[in-house]
Write a protein that binds this ligand. Structure first.
Ligand code: HEM
Length: 385
């Protein structure tokens, strides 16, 4: 066994992400260096290094999958063209118009009976799944009848084990089938007017999008919205339950900017969107580690957001950390859905804190394991104010 293989073997024994709570593994591994091999793959754990990789697409390409991933899997000009197409659906003006709908959906999701319901036990992940499905179907113009099927899909997607290929394939196929059922009527009937129909008839690339391209774009939007949003809500609600002072501050009235900084800070400490892949296009040295051409490199956002070199105490709740927050990525692939997600998260958080005081239950939250971060269940007690 070569020296390098022995080192990998040792690291694998000490640091395997498979089946582990990502924060526990990467917090420990990061203290040995900002770039390490975890489960035999280069993993970028440091804050500066994560940015260096994400901001250098010439060396760290996003073309990592044999499947069509628009725009995630593209580089250069092609990425720019698809990214520009997508950004036009997520502008601040469009998000501002959606705001009142998200506020209504949030208060409807968090309404149990009238004043006579004084306490209520709920699971924040379940609430998050219901809220995000309603918000997304409202945004895209999908029929309400799909709600139950989509909530069930979020549940099976979050529960699917990445090692079980049959299960993950079935979950992916079920989602593509839902997308197909929404796209086909819009292809056939030009009088349907909603965001999905706009995408179906989009000609900003100088041509109509192919069916596979529409499915890929919608899969990215909805996948990002549904699973990540439910997980983000879980992290935020758990953070609120543990921080009564933050709940009171929000209840007393805060600006959108301050609320966003608070939400972002809960997510920074415990980012549920764990990692994204890149592939090295040439030999490169990163933080003293020699990475070969063609080798896979995983940017671990959860770890980068907890790097002690950027945040002296990663577990200290300091909303002014906003400027260094990497929850939404960095560089050309930085999340185009941030504003939309934030509008949803703001609406949910305000509606929750306005009516209820959130406290943890004795049962406690159950953490998710890699490749998911955050929690799979966040049971909380809600007491009417
Ligand atoms: C809810 C929480 C969300 C989180 C934490 C999140 C996080 C991220 C991150 C870290 C990236 C960077 C990926 C990379 O560098 O490879 C990303 C990209 C992306 N996100 Fe999000 N996202 C969220 C929600 C959304 C939503 C709601 C949408 C769509 C409406 C969305 C659409 C996308 C797309 C299309 C990309 C790829 C961008 C590109 O390749 O240029 N995301 N997201």
């Amino acid at each position: 066994m070569s020296e390098e293989e022995m080192r990998d073997e040792n690291l694998r024994d000490d640091y395997s992400l498979q089946g582990a709570e990502p924060r526990a593994v990467t917090d420990k591994a990061r203290r040995q260096g900002p770039v390490a091999r975890l489960d035999g793959t280069w993993t970028v754990l440091g804050h500066a290094e994560a940015q260096a990789v994400a901001r250098n697409p010439q060396v760290f390409s996003s073309a990592v999958s044999r499947f069509l991933q628009l725009p995630n899997g593209l580089d250069g000009l092609e990425h720019w063209q698809f990214r520009s197409l997508i950004d036009r659906y997520l502008t601040p003006t469009i998000v501002a118009e959606l705001n009142p709908m998200f506020i209504d959906i949030a208060s409807e999701t968090l309404r149990w009976g009238e004043e006579d319901v004084v306490t209520h036990q709920a699971d924040a992940i379940e609430l998050g799944a219901t809220f995000s499905v309603r918000a997304m179907t409202g945004w895209l113009g999908w029929p309400q009848e799909l709600e139950e099927r989509l909530v069930a899909w979020v549940r099976s997607n979050n529960a699917a084990s990445p090692e079980d290929l049959a299960q993950t394939t079935a979950v992916a196929e079920e989602f593509d089938e839902i997308i197909r059922e929404v796209v086909e009527p819009r292809l056939a009937d030009e009088s349907i007017q909603d965001v999905t129909a706009r995408l179906v008839h989009d000609t900003s690339l100088g041509r109509r999008l192919e069916f596979g391209e529409i499915v890929s774009i919608l899969r990215n939007w909805t996948g990002g919205d549904l699973s990540s949003m439910a997980l983000c809500i879980g992290v935020v609600v758990q953070g609120l339950a543990e921080n009564p002072a933050v709940q009171e501050r929000i209840h007393g009235g805060v600006s959108d900017l301050e609320l966003e900084a608070m939400i972002d800070e809960f997510l920074r400490m415990d980012s549920p969107f764990v990692s994204n892949r890149r592939v090295a296009t040439c030999p490169v040295t990163l933080a003293g580690q020699d990475i070969g051409e063609g080798e896979q490199v995983n940017i671990n956002w959860t770890s980068a957001n907890r790097d002690e070199r950027a945040f002296s105490d990663p577990d200290a709740f300091e909303p002014y950390h906003l400027a260094r927050n990497l929850v939404w990525g960095a560089g050309p692939h930085e999340c185009p859905g941030r504003d939309l997600s934030m509008a949803e998260l703001r609406a949910f958080t305000r509606a929750l804190v306005q009516t209820w005081v959130v406290t943890p239950t004795v049962a406690g939250a159950v953490r998710a394991t890699y490749p998911l971060g955050g929690y799979i269940s966040v049971p909380v007690e809600l007491t009417r104010r």
